[in-house]
Design a protein around this ligand. Structure first.
Ligand code: TYD
Length: 217
């Protein structure tokens, strides 16, 4: 379900995937593409994306692996999302912009809902209570085996590695979780093989966006 047609002008695209799946690289390439095309857009991320949400991000992504209990962690991600949505994402959509966002609700569903054992029902109810039926128009899932993704992430990462420290089983569950979401929501989600070379993936992503929201391109 999407925001109501009456209030909707822009388009909300999220990128999801495990650690080291190459989301950031693809978001950069897509931003350059949109800039060159002269399209109105913003690129943002979660956790973070607004001044206050970035403060919450710093509490979440670094530090000891068990520094938050799963419920508190879920609420912090949700608090960050609330600020980000209200101050950045929704205003941009209302102004008719395309919003491209590195991670969103699906990450909470798989990392906290499945990985941390909070449960899907809890995560979905919380989302519904805070954000109603606000969901992305399109979600691109970059799929990669965690053995490969974690190696890639390891090579580039500073201290934002709180989630990468979790064991391989956790990351396998994350991968399965994203694939399950894609199966359940085939209209919204597209899964791409993240082991493909950067340029090929970029072309695929542009092709998908053109097909799905051709009105902008
Ligand atoms: P991100 O900076 O996107 O990490 P990466 O570059 O590895 O994709 O996100 C930081 C971490 O936060 C990442 O390990 C996934 C985790 N996360 C959650 O656990 N729940 C959430 O709701 C979100 C948005 C991210």
């Amino acid at each position: 379900m999407h925001i109501s047609a009456a209030s909707k002008k822009g388009y909300f695209i999220t990128f999801e995937g495990g650690e080291g799946s190459g989301k950031s690289t693809q978001l950069k390439l897509l931003s350059t593409y949109f800039e060159k095309s002269g399209l109105p857009f913003i690129a943002t991320r979660e956790p973070g994306g607004s001044e206050n949400a970035e403060k919450i991000r710093s509490l979440l992504v670094s530090g000891a692996v068990d520094s938050w209990d799963p419920v508190t962690e879920t609420l912090l991600f949700t608090a960050a999302r609330s600020d980000h949505l209200n101050r950045i994402v929704k205003p941009a959509i209302t102004e008719g912009k395309i919003v491209i966002c590195d991670r969103f609700f699906d990450s909470t569903l798989v990392y906290q809902g499945i990985g941390k054992g909070i449960g899907e029902v809890y995560i979905k109810s919380l989302h519904n209570m805070v954000f109603g039926n606000f969901m992305p128009d399109l979600t691109v899932i970059l799929d990669i085996a965690p053995e490969i993704g974690l190696k890639r992430a390891d090579a580039r990462r500073g201290n934002e590695n709180r989630f990468e420290q979790l064991d391989i089983k956790f990351h396998q569950n994350i991968r399965e979780g994203f694939l399950q979401i894609a199966q359940n929501e085939m209209e919204r989600c597209v899964v791409l093989d993240a082991t493909k070379d950067t340029e090929t993936l970029h072309k695929q992503i542009v092709g998908i966006i053109k097909e799905k929201c051709g009105v902008f391109l």
